[in-house]
Design a protein around this ligand. Sequence first.
Ligand code: HEC
Length: 124
Amino acid sequence: MKKIAQVNFLLLIFFAVMLLTSCTKGFIPESVEPTSSTNQGDTVTYQTHISKVIYNSCISCHGGSNPQGNLLLENYSQVRNSAESGMLIQRINDAADPMPTSGLLPAQTRALFDEWVQNGYLEN
Ligand code: HEC
């Protein structure tokens, strides 16, 4: 008699756990992957996103009267030209020979450039 009660108790716990897990599953939202690296869903433009990265990470060498690699990245058309040639995108993703020379930018920052290219190099 006692044994049957014990088995019933275990069964009860088993079903309670099943019920709980099956319920909570429905309430836990699927982890939301950011669809855009801007995290705001806004379109990447030169003015809003790209120029900031260039000014923070590139202009010290690719600006002024004697730019490194003979490459100026001071304005929209210069940055666009380098991106269109494929050179800029290649070098910011080149782990062996990265730009900036100090090391690869965070993946999310580099993804901004990919989006910018895909969206047709929007200026603003
Ligand atoms: C510390 C200085 C420095 C910084 C910062 C820097 N670069 Fe450069 N970059 C160079 C030098 C030096 C070269 C030429 C030698 C070479 O190609 O590695 C060069 C070359 C390049 C080239 C190839 C040009 C060509 O036509 O061969 C590209 C594209 C480039 N850089 C893009 C960038 C971008 C984009 C950034 C910022 C994300 C950046 N660089 C940041 C120093 C720098």
